[in-house]
Design a protein around this ligand. Structure first.
Ligand code: TYD
Length: 199
């Protein structure tokens, strides 16, 4: 099973990845967690650009694709094939939102990604007002990195708002982390029913 947490910066995705991984492991499932940008060479270059200055839109989009291809090939697919539950902190919906906010067509980004990246079984879209997100990430006077500027996060949130799928669940992430986790777990539990033993 492939499970993804998405949302703008400051929604608490990494905490939810950890809480869900712990809960699933406690039920005896084998879980692999990961994040994008990854810690591989393409992901490292992307993280550097967040500190040192943003790359051109084309170069940045290409690096997110390269990073994801690598991630899919070397981590996501092997883990899924081994029967593990894979939980991701960001995936191609972030590319739709963030590179979409930079002018690329989100629908095209989605189509291209679904050409090589498996479609998740569940996406939890963590939602909070942009003002709350900015407070949480400690950005004052628009001094955050350019991914985290107010106007940019509003544009990203607007693209996340357009997503509509049965497997995409919107969760109010302004609640305490334990309550967010409880909401996530309740939404996931129908998929966790273990099949009855074969006669
Ligand atoms: P983030 O998960 O916030 O990393 P960290 O917790 O280390 O700050 O991701 C970093 C940024 O990368 C975030 O602002 C969103 C951006 N991003 C994209 O622009 N496109 C993508 O496809 C992905 C996966 C992330």
């Amino acid at each position: 099973m492939l499970i993804v947490f998405e949302g703008i910066d400051g929604t608490g995705k990494s905490t939810q990845v950890r809480l869900l991984a712990e809960a699933l492991e406690a039920r005896g499932l084998s879980v692999v967690t990961s994040r994008e940008p990854t810690d591989g060479p393409f992901g490292k270059k992307l993280r550097e650009s967040m500190i040192e200055g943003r790359l051109s839109p084309e170069e940045e989009l290409q690096l997110f694709y390269d990073d994801r291809r690598d991630h899919v090939e070397h981590l996501i697919l092997p883990a899924l094939e081994a029967g593990k539950v894979v939980i991701l902190d960001r995936y191609y919906f972030s590319t739709m939102a963030y590179q979409g906010a930079r002018g690329f067509d989100p629908a095209k980004i989605r189509e291209e990604n679904e050409g090589f990246a498996p479609v998740p079984d569940h996406v939890f879209l963590l939602e909070i007002p942009v003002a709350t997100a900015l407070e949480r990430i400690g950005v004052r006077d628009g001094s955050g990195n350019t991914f985290e500027q107010e106007g940019n996060l509003k544009a990203c949130a607007g693209i996340f708002d357009t997503l509509e799928e049965d497997w995409l669940h919107r969760v109010d992430a302004s609640q305490p982390p334990e309550d967010v986790h409880a909401a996530v777990f309740a939404l996931l539990s129908p998929s966790l029913q273990t099949p009855s033993p074969q006669a």
